[in-house]
Design a protein around this ligand. Structure first.
Ligand code: MET
Ligand SMILES: [Zn+2]
Length: 787
């Protein structure tokens, strides 16, 4: 079969663009529609406006090739599932849009599909369900419609879809699938569907299609690599298709590189920011192909080192068919534009780039490359991997940490022998043995068996949000705002007392967000006005910019915790965000290894804990829900990452008295995959998500051996549903079957901020009822364990 007639790939492109709209237009349109305040037509019109704006903007910025189908009403993996027709029967609704949102968000009667993090980002995708009986009924309608829509506006675009291998690797077996079934078993049928898609796009005159295959940058088995080969040989062998551009990102292709290189795909996208393969080797491997070179980071907010990028592009150009300048991944992970950020320090802004500024960098680099002379004789060393010669592995890649632990790839340092300290020593003083601490805490706190507590936040009421907005706008003075916060604390404390919880919290009413609040009160951070990044669906966060040395000029949470303590005789738990989560959910400076930055944050948290302790707070919870998220995608780097992540946590928490009880909390993060690291945090009590995943974590052997307090969640806070006392009791029974009673804590899966007071009051009442019932059973002499 002759090569497909392809138009040469244009000189500059991006892999994707933010889709929430510069003013979060999509969020508003979605939420209005979900609340019944607008029609499907109005929602579609809002989507069309965002897409039109995007194409016009990219054109105005001078980008040669814009993508299409990067817009989504909820998530691109969900879009792919729908495009393939892989829709679970239980989600089918009256209209396509109803079905789509039923999969994403559930309905009153049917829970949604599972949602989880997209690789090592804080973006969440919807997990498709594929079974042996899934019938694929492909409908390329969405990419085709976007292609036409752009064309009608005068733009030739490249449709982007999730590739078949990544799609199947990210899917989970449908309920009822046999034990040994894996979604990848359905590759052949899925490829039929992709062939139909490619034919439809070719018929529309699409010159190129982008198939995203980020799953190829993680460790893959031989069978999975065979699937890659099979997929792209088959898709590539067709004549009625656009040029195939397979985009990898978030790391190196590794063993998938030669596999992909051996297939007929015309273009391969490589992440030159995260990847460490020298460009010479990449170029040699991809000699006959177009290489879409991701030199501008889609994962951070920093300007690109232009000279270095250009050097690498030139080396690559010598070796391959064609080089296209691009971003390392979709720009959906960064905010739209720096333009509205008038409040930031101009010196900082000069170092920064959001999506639009990154597009400009891509365009400029493409122009520079076009006129740059060829490289003379290869100039060895100029273009290599990020390490500086002689630089220790641990601090390698300091130019671009990009929020990844991957720069720390390498042999796992043994627990005792730390490498030479770079900035701050990764040491902590060990706390006393757990048994000693536990005895001191039991005596000091006098808690009942199965103590009931919450994770920290209480509902953020409309009044509270309004007061915060008015305070930010200067319409409410600080005194009045703080009065409001104190009133909320009092409300939460009174409720917890009345319901009979054992360890109370102040409810976090002063926090807009668990990371941003700390960023606003620490040195070294800047916060943006409009720097929104989609987290999932209509949810967006504004990650703070961690740009300098971190310091804590004054106590942050102490007065709120103290106020709560003054209202009650019961123990109050102080709540802080941990160092790993703070760096994971910020855009972090790239001139220091992430580890060093995390240690600086840990020192600030440590100082805050000391002040809480001095103020008489005997229980402090340090949340680390992002512990797993930052884990390098390849096993080779994971040990070293977990080592420093645990070190940062222990550095923050190890300075306390034996009597002070340290809690930690992780949620919705596949905690079961990192139990050894969670154990190594050495927290006295750990709470984890469990209700939502129906107790999956309880089956883990490590959980049974967990030596300290553990609170597997018994209330799924993501749902407005209030679980009855029996339902909570059943979950608690399951916990008690898995763990000795003396180690069990009773708590929800996560914080309560997104729920209403009515839901929280009813649910917590049932949690307390269930715990008390079980406590009585435990007190029966027949029951075995001594509590
Ligand atoms: C995503 S974890 C949230 C923990 C926080 N303390 C809360 O209760 O909201
Ligand atoms: Zn949580």
């Amino acid at each position: 079969m002759p090569a497909v007639p392809t138009t040469p790939f244009p000189a500059s492109t991006i892999l994707g663009y933010p889709r929430i709209g510069p003013d979060r237009e999509l969020k508003r349109a979605l939420e209005r529609y979900w609340d019944g305040g607008s029609t499907a037509e109005e929602l579609r019109a809002a989507g069309a406006r965002i897409r039109e704006r995007t194409w016009r903007r990219l054109d105005a910025l001078g980008l040669a090739a814009a993508p299409c189908n990067t817009f989504s009403y909820y998530d691109q993996v969900l879009d792919t599932a729908v495009m393939l027709g892989a829709v679970p029967g239980r989600h089918r609704g009256a209209s396509a849009l109803d079905t789509y949102f039923a999969m994403a968000r559930g309905t009153r009667d049917v829970p949604p599909l599972r949602m989880t993090k997209w690789f090592d980002t804080n973006y969440h995708y919807i997990v498709p369900e594929i079974g042996p009986d899934t019938v694929f009924t492909p409908d390329p309608g969405k990419p085709v419609a976007e292609l036409r829509e752009a064309r009608a506006l005068g733009f030739e675009t490249r449709p982007v879809v999730v590739g078949p291998v990544t799609f199947l690797l990210l899917s989970q077996p449908a309920p009822g699938a046999p034990e040994r079934f894996a979604p990848l078993d359905r590759l052949g049928d899925v490829l039929d569907a992709y062939e139909r898609l490619l034919a439809a796009l070719a018929a529309e005159g699409a010159a190129w299609v982008q198939l995203d295959e980020p799953a190829l940058v993680a460790d893959r088995t031989g069978a999975e690599l065979d699937a890659v080969r099979q997929a792209y040989e088959r898709l590539g062998s067709r004549a009625d298709r656009p040029g195939l551009f397979v985009a990898s990102y978030f790391g190196d292709l590794g063993e998938a590189l030669p596999v992909l290189a051996g297939t007929p795909v015309e273009a391969v996208g490589v992440d030159l920011v995260r990847g460490r393969t020298p460009v010479e080797a990449l170029g040699d491997a991809l000699a006959g192909k177009t290489v879409v070179a991701g030199v501008v980071s889609g994962r951070d907010v920093w300007r690109t080192d232009r000279d270095r990028a250009l050097d690498r592009l030139r080396v690559l150009r010598e070796r391959v068919e064609r080089v296209v300048v691009s971003t390392s991944c979709s720009l959906q992970h960064v905010p739209h534009s720096l333009e509205p950020e008038t409040g930031l320090d101009p010196a900082l802004v000069a170092r920064m780039a959001f999506a639009d500024e990154k597009v400009t960098e891509v365009v400029e680099l493409a122009a520079l490359l076009a006129t740059a002379p060829p490289v003379a004789g290869g100039e060895p060393g100029e273009s290599g991997a990020p390490e500086e010669p002689g630089e220790p592995e641990e601090s390698g890649g300091t130019r671009r940490t990009g929020g990844s632990g991957e720069v720390l790839a390498g042999p796992v340092p043994p627990a005792e022998a730390h490498p030479a300290p770079a900035v701050t020593p990764p040491v902590w003083e060990s706390r006393s043995p757990y048994a000693v601490r536990a005895a001191a805490q039991a005596e000091h706190l006098g808690l009942p068996p199965l103590p009931v507590t919450t994770i920290g936040s209480f509902p953020q009421t409309g009044e509270l949000r309004a007061a915060r907005a008015a305070f930010a706008a200067g319409e409410l003075d600080e005194g009045a705002y703080e009065e409001r916060v104190r009133a909320e604390i009092e409300r939460a404390v009174r409720l917890q007392e009345r319901l009979g919880l054992d360890v109370l919290v102040h409810g976090e009413p002063e926090r807009n967000d668990m990371v941003q609040y700390f960023a606003e009160h620490l040195d070294g951070f800047a916060v943006t006005r409009h720097g929104w990044v989609q987290s999932y669906g209509s949810r967006c966060t504004r990650p703070p910019i961690l740009h300098g040395d971190v310091g804590r000029p004054a106590p942050i949470t102490v007065r709120w915790a103290e106020y709560a303590r003054s209202l009650t005789g019961r123990p109050v738990k102080g709540i802080l965000t941990g160092p790993v989560t703070i760096v994971a959910w910020s855009f972090v400076r790239d001139d220091l290894p992430l580890r060093e930055v995390a240690f600086q944050v840990a020192d600030a948290v440590r100082a805050e804990i000391a002040d809480l302790e001095a103020a008489g707070i005997s229980i402090v919870q340090v949340d680390e829900p992002a512990l797993r998220e930052l884990m390098p995608l390849r096993r080779a780097g994971q040990g070293a990452y977990l080592h420093w992540a645990v070190a940062a946590y222990r550095r923050a928490t190890s300075g306390v008295d034996d009597r002070t009880q340290i809690h930690t909390h992780l949620c919705y993060s596949d905690a079961d995959q990192i139990l050894a690291a969670i154990d190594a945090l050495d927290a006295d009590v750990t709470s984890v998500e469990s209700a939502r995943s129906r107790g999956r974590i309880l089956g883990e052997p490590m959980v049974r051996d967990f030596a300290r307090g553990l609170g597997p969640g018994v209330y799924d806070i993501h749902s407005p549903r209030v679980p009855g006392p029996e339902e909570v009791g059943d979950l608690l029974d399951a916990v008690l079957r898995a763990l000795p009673a003396e180690r069990v804590w009773v708590n929800p899966d996560c914080g309560l901020k997104t729920r209403t007071y009515a839901q929280v009051e009813a649910a917590l009442a049932n949690v307390v009822t269930a715990a008390r019932r079980l406590r009585e059973t435990l007190a029966q002499p027949s029951s075995s364990s001594s509590v």
